[in-house]
Design a protein around this ligand. Structure first.
Ligand SMILES: [Zn+2]
Length: 102
């Protein structure tokens, strides 16, 4: 199981090293600190909006998870800095990751 195969099924998982518990981002099979095997944590993760921008009446925000992961996500309501959000939809489209939060 890799991060990308989960993501392509619409599952957002968090890559974490089994040995040193470091969050591995960008996702990789091995830890970049201790070369340990990376495990994928599943769950309903809560992220925090750190930045947002508006493009053609759509809002995109930078969402931080577990202090280490930052993803660009689309949001339907007007976002606020510091707002807590969860991933409502995710996947891979044309080779790039996409995320929606609410
Ligand atoms: Zn490690």
């Amino acid at each position: 199981m890799s991060f990308e195969s989960d993501l392509s099924k619409g599952i957002f998982s968090i890559p974490e090293c089994r040995s040193c518990n470091k969050i591995i981002w960008p996702p990789s099979e091995f830890c970049n600190q201790c070369f340990g095997i990376v495990n994928l944590k599943k769950g309903e993760f809560e992220g925090k909006i750190v930045e947002f921008s508006r493009q053609n009446n759509e809002y995109f925000c930078l969402v931080e998870f577990e202090k280490n992961i930052r993803v660009l996500a689309k949001i339907l309501k007007i976002p606020e800095i510091g707002q807590k959000v969860k991933i409502s939809k995710c996947g891979i489209s044309n080779g790039s990751y996409f995320f929606h939060v609410s």
